[in-house]
Design a protein around this ligand. Structure first.
Ligand code: AMP
Length: 216
């Protein structure tokens, strides 16, 4: 099974893809997480990506497609994978199409989680991420049991630079200009399914799994 999660920042793509990963035992491939790991390790790629990420803009398509090509060759990807935050531009979607064609693989579904702009800004403002395992919490909708600490691994929680207000607005603009055209791209490929991003995490997850189990 190959899934793509589309949606504006804050729509819950990361949370849903982590749950899907656990349920279907498939790797979640988040280009954002991979880039943040490079930043953390202080690699050349990480240093180049950090400034772009902090401003809310997109890292170049060549870099992203290079990351994806290497990642899908890893052994854990044999049974499929879940893309979270990739593709983000039409050239990335074209690059993915070509890559999958070469490997004789097909996308199962593109889940488009939609959410209004005001809710995006509200949600991202209250986000906390675990420094150790990457789990995401929210001050009002999904608070950690212990303030500032991760429920899963007790790691310290922090607010990412790209979740500051000016970066959030820029990420939303970038999403509209560069990523939203993917909705039509995948509609034409008859792969798109719309999911309302406003219900609770559990309700959205239930909708997604019911949908997939009717299809896979
Ligand atoms: P995310 O955690 O998915 O919101 O990603 C954080 C940041 O990493 C984005 O704002 C971009 O700067 C960069 N990034 C992640 N995935 C991509 C991608 N597929 N294409 C370009 N830039 C990306």
């Amino acid at each position: 099974m190959i899934l793509i999660l589309l949606g504006p920042p804050g729509s819950g793509k990361g949370t849903q893809s982590k749950r899907l990963m656990e349920k279907y035992n498939l790797p979640q491939i988040s280009t954002g997480d991979i880039l943040r790991a490079e930043v953390g390790k202080g690699t050349e790629l990480g240093r180049r990506a950090k400034a772009v990420m902090d401003s809310g803009k997109l890292v170049s398509d060549d870099i992203i497609l290079g990351i994806i090509k290497n990642r899908v060759e890893e052994p854990d990807c044999k049974k499929g994978f879940i893309f979270d935050g990739f593709p983000r531009t039409i050239p990335q979607a074209e690059g993915l199409k070509e890559l999958l064609k070469q490997k004789r693989l097909k996308i199962t579904k593109v889940l488009n989680i939609h959410l209004d702009d005001e809710i995006v800004v509200q949600r991202l403002g209250g986000r906390w991420t675990c420094t150790k395992c990457g789990a995401i919490f929210h001050a009002s909708t999904n608070p950690p049991k212990k303030k500032g600490r991760c429920d899963k691994c007790n790691g310290e929680l922090y607010q990412r630079d790209d979740q500051k207000e000016s970066a959030v607005k820029e990420r939303l603009n970038v999403y509209k200009k560069q990523t939203e055209p993917l909705i039509n791209f995948y509609k034409k490929e008859k792969l798109l399914v719309d999911i309302d991003g406003t219900p609770s995490i559990d309700e959205i997850f239930k909708e997604i799994t019911e949908l997939l189990e009717g299809n896979v």
